[in-house]
Design a protein around this ligand. Structure first.
Ligand SMILES: Cc1cc2nc3c(=O)[nH]c(=O)nc-3n(C[C@H](O)[C@H](O)[C@H](O)COP(=O)(O)OP(=O)(O)OC[C@H]3O[C@@H](n4cnc5c(N)ncnc54)[C@H](O)[C@@H]3O)c2cc1C
Length: 454
């Protein structure tokens, strides 16, 4: 397994002991990423006396939560444009709930004393092609319509923020967007959950969940946990309920991190505002600074493999690393010679509508929240709470949303799934090469409300 920069630079922690033999609990949470950890904390905050057990296959935070770019966004819909196309009637509400979740997450970090290196930098969307300047204007208009502080920058001004000869224009969104240290966030949530009385078992992969007369029986490699209810927060990993597999396609995203920039290199690049940066193509890069002035550079090449395997053997993908490196130096030629200290991959729980979805199974004894499709750092706190609300049978504004009640259009089964996804990726790349023009295949998917993204 390739360790991410974030996990590599965290202090070592002793693992929690695996589940060993029979045990019981009121609530069982499967998965120790952000979704599972936030859900465990929420379960305890609602009822401190409730017995909550979290089962994690390896280490808490070892999945996407410890491997991501650390872009913390308020959007619950994988961006405002995607939200508008899929949930037009609810977008105002979803944006409001997203911003409330974003603020509450920052408050929680303070209350729980989690130092996740939260930086309220906002983010820069940059145009690399003349046609993308109009896209920036459209995005700015949309963001402002929903109350965001979004400032258009011409080429000179965007290059004054971050100096790349490729930038033709930019959009700096100052609201609902920040950066975090993903590993510190996961680690802090894990400690906070333990502090709240959650019992965590690591190295406890759940193999099966079965209905019992009073709840569920959760079988791991080493034990069996009887619980009244279970929440599945298993992201892109093999689903424990058959129904979930139709909706999720595990897609691998890859990341490079450089050595720290020297003071001279820093001068050539500027970046005093330390914003997270993304470019605009269908295949896009995202990049940011770390606290010690390295550059994290990821994205572009979302890789889907036949059957959707997930595992440490896929953390490496040389062709993608080579391509990312080439794109990096094309963007920042003044950094030629800089070396990469870390490279890794991680699995994204892609669904066809690009945003978290929910459901229940085993007669309502199990609920799930997954499908963030590459934008779950902020949304996972929302997903965790809604997932637990559904499990507990609470109704509120969020549980009434169509976005919560409806599931995405399923992907077809293999081998058609691979064919459809590869064709879509191929057509998205062609659209990027062809002035953004979407061909017949993509326009058909758009009409059906379907898509592929990371
Ligand atoms: C490379 C990369 C970059 C990303 N960048 C960003 C970004 O900048 N901003 C953003 O918002 N989002 C980003 N994301 C997405 C974001 O990281 C995820 O949406 C978020 O971490 C999802 O959290 P989670 O808890 O649902 O899933 P995960 O963190 O994947 O956690 C799932 C956990 O469940 C465990 N598990 C699975 N099956 C079992 C089982 N059977 N038994 C026990 N445990 C099990 C796994 O071991 C894992 O720890 C990125 C993702 C990747 C991979």
């Amino acid at each position: 397994m390739r360790k991410s920069f974030w996990l590599d630079t965290l202090p070592e922690r002793d693992p929690h002991a695996p589940l060993d033999g029979p045990a019981d609990a009121e609530v069982c949470i499967v998965g120790g990423g952000y979704t599972g950890l936030w859900a465990a904390l929420y379960a305890k905050s609602l009822e401190p006396g409730r017995d909550v057990v979290l089962l994690e296959a390896t280490r808490c935070g070892a999945g996407a939560s410890g491997r991501n770019g650390g872009f913390l966004q308020s959007s619950l819909t994988h961006g405002i444009g995607n939200g508008l196309s899929r949930f037009p009637d609810e977008l105002e509400q979803l944006e409001r709930l997203g911003l409330a979740n974003f603020d509450a997450l920052a408050d929680d970090l303070q209350t729980l004393e989690i130092d996740a290196e939260l930086e309220p930098t906002g983010d820069l969307l940059v145009a690399l092609e003349p046609r993308e300047l109009a896209d920036l204007e459209e995005e700015a208009e949309l963001l402002r319509r929903f109350g965001h502080d979004a400032q258009l920058l011409d080429g000179e001004r965007v290059r004054a923020e971050v100096n790349s000869p490729m930038y033709l224009g930019g959009l700096w969104t100052r609201t609902g967007s920040a950066l975090v240290h993903p590993g510190k966030l996961a680690d802090g949530l894990r400690s906070a959950a333990v502090g709240a009385g959650v019992r965590i078992h690591e190295y406890s992969p759940v193999r099966e969940i079965q209905k019992t007369s009073v709840g569920v029986s959760v079988t791991t490699e080493g034990g069996v946990l009887d619980a009244r209810r279970a929440l599945l927060a298993t992201s892109a990993y093999p689903p424990l309920l058959r129904a979930i597999g139709r909706y999720i396609a595990p897609v691998y995203d890859y990341v490079l991190v450089t050595e720290p920039l020297s003071p001279g290199a820093r001068e050539t690049i500027g970046w005093a505002g330390r914003q997270g940066v993304g470019d605009l193509g269908n295949q896009f890069h995202y990049y940011r600074l770390t606290a010690d002035w390295r550059i994290l550079w990821g994205g572009y090449d979302a890789v889907y493999r036949y059957g959707g395997p997930v595992g440490p053997q896929l953390d490496d993908h040389e062709p993608t690393f080579a391509m990312l490196s080439q794109h990096f130096f094309a963007t920042f030629p003044q950094l030629e010679g800089l070396r990469f200290s870390h490279r890794w991959g991680g699995a994204i729980d892609t669904c066809s509508r690009f945003s978290v979805f929910f459901g229940t199974g085993l007669g309502g004894r199990v609920a799930y929240a997954l499908g963030y499709t590459g934008l779950g750092v902020g949304a996972s706190r929302f997903g965790a709470r809604v997932g637990l609300d559904l499990l507990d049978g609470r109704t509120n504004e969020a549980t009434a949303l169509a976005m919560v009640r409806r599931r995405p259009v399923p992907f077809p089964p293999e081998p058609l799934r691979t064919g459809v996804i590869q064709l879509t990726r191929n057509r998205l790349a062609a659209a990027d090469r062809n002035n953004g023009r979407r061909g017949l295949w993509l326009r058909t998917l758009d009409r059906l409300g379907l898509g592929f993204d990371s």
